[in-house]
Design a protein around this ligand. Structure first.
Ligand SMILES: C[S@@+](CC[C@H](N)C(=O)[O-])C[C@H]1O[C@@H](n2cnc3c(N)ncnc32)[C@H](O)[C@@H]1O
Ligand code: SF4
Length: 426
């Protein structure tokens, strides 16, 4: 979830949703629905992280870890009532994702309780994907078996690196040997597994990164994410870099590490399906795709974001303020915005271009003063033909896909996705 709070208007009354929260997509079909549940606790605050998370588990006022599920129950009740009032048809979630923070700071019974809340509020689609994030040091065999029994289908572990000095720089508290152990336990319990890796940590060599990738591949999860380390303003690591205590990773180092990741993961049978995500075929994370494919979702918990039709909503960030609003019977939404057609197009291009499926260029056609603009046989707007030709010539877009009316990034294009987005949006 985005840690910084955007500007936007609060909702009227106790939380009346705007009219634009229609459940129908532009094709007239009902949009699928997902749920995100945020858990704002961590054992240690990693120096690079600016997610909305706290090491104090006893904040009080309904925001303590012991009260968390009850307060969440209150928010889901308010959310369902607000959606009913807005005449949004109740849809059983296709995916549920429990993220953080570190959800597994809570007992397994609490996570099971959170899934029961979702079932009681909206039901759950048959075969729904139910994921939790977990830090390797916070779970054991019994914990993972309890999650599977409760209906979780997938666990995403924060491995980050297999190299002790890199883990130390990142303030991670697990040992490298813990990761294969927890993945084996999850697998025995029947859960799908994913590992998160970070590259570009100050002091990480190319050999260090190769070792992390080779170790991850050896562990053999169903799915892998690899993120370039972002030095977020205001974090402890940002201050260390500013004081010259840690070197800033270079763009060239990050690009070389990305290319190495793609090559090693491909060789091991993982295919990219979004710039930072690889999976064995058939094991792509459906919840991720909900974000990229413009599904609706309700995000519950402090600072969580929701997405309903053209409306974006974000919750009050501090857990005590969030819990106070829920206790007062008010949706804990701090602000909202209604996207206009231009912002929606930008969002669609930015998210769609990052995926292996790519972007249908016909979707960028506009209505001019004299009716629809001219297009090619595949529907690509004529005005974009020279732009797409240039991006193919520069090796950023796949030529065959472009001929068929889709913008699909090449490996080089994945390193320069922002340049491609800017080109397509003029
Ligand atoms: C919200 S964290 C939650 C998972 C869990 N607490 C953990 O850290 O393993 C999800 C993932 O975001 C990534 N992440 C967090 N901060 C980041 C940063 N500044 N740059 C790149 N990736 C980051 C990490 O890989 C982490 O696994
Ligand atoms: S454990 Fe995860 S969420 Fe918590 S501070 Fe570290 S990276 Fe952030």
């Amino acid at each position: 979830m985005t840690p910084r709070q955007p500007e936007g208007e609060a909702l009227p009354g106790a939380g009346v949703l705007p009219e634009q929260t229609s459940a129908a997509s532009s094709s007239g079909r009902e949009r699928p629905f997902s749920v995100y549940l945020h858990v704002p606790y961590c054992r240690v605050r990693c120096g690079y992280c600016d997610f909305n998370t706290y090491t104090n588990l006893a904040m009080g006022g309904g925001a303590s870890a012991g009260d968390y599920v009850d307060t969440l129950a209150g928010e889901l009740r308010l959310a369902r009532a607000a959606m009913d009032r807005a005449a949004l048809p109740p849809r059983a979630p296709q995916t549920v994702f429990v993220g953080g923070g570190t959800p597994t700071m809570l007992p397994a019974g609490d996570l099971a309780g959170m899934l029961t809340l979702v079932r009681d509020t909206w039901g759950l689609a048959p075969g729904a994907e139910v994921t939790t994030e977990a830090n390797p040091e916070t779970v054991d065999e019994r914990y993972l078996a309890a999650l599977a029994k409760a209906g979780f289908t997938r666990v995403s572990f924060g491995m980050q690196s297999a190299v002790p000095h890199v883990l130390r720089t990142l303030d991670r508290t697990h040992t490298p040997a813990r990761v294969p152990q927890v993945v084996a336990w999850a697998r025995e319990a029947g859960l799908e597994t994913s590992l998160d890796l970070i590259y570009g940590t100050p002091g990480e060599t190319m050999d260090d990164w190769r070792r992390s990738l080779e170790t991850a591949v050896e562990i053999g999860p169903d799915h892998l994410s690899a993120y370039a380390l972002v030095i977020e303003e205001g974090t402890r690591m940002w201050a260390q870099v500013r004081r010259g205590e840690l070197p800033l990773p270079t763009d060239d180092d990050e690009a070389a590490k990305y290319e190495l990741a793609d090559a090693l993961l491909n060789r091991a049978g993982y295919e990219w399906y979004e710039i930072s995500n690889w999976a064995r075929p058939g094991h792509e994370c459906v919840h991720n795709q909900a974000y990229w494919r413009d599904w609706d979702w309700w995000g519950a918990g402090p600072g969580a974001h929701s997405h309903l039709g053209d409306v974006r909503l974000w919750n009050t960030k501090h857990p005590v303020a969030w819990a106070g609003r829920v206790a007062a019977g008010r949706l804990p939404v701090a602000g909202h915005e209604i996207l206009d057609a231009e912002s929606r197009e930008l969002e669609r291009v930015m998210l769609g271009i990052r995926t292996r499926e790519g972007l249908e260029l016909a979707g960028l056609a506009r209505l001019g003063p004299h009716g629809p603009e001219p297009t090619t046989a595949h529907g690509t707007p004529a005005r974009l033909v020279p732009v797409v030709g240039r991006l193919v010539g520069e090796g950023l877009l796949e030529g065959a896909a472009a001929m068929a009316g889709r913008a699909v990034l090449t490996l080089r294009g994945r390193l320069m996705a922002d340049t491609v987005t800017r080109g397509l949006i003029d």
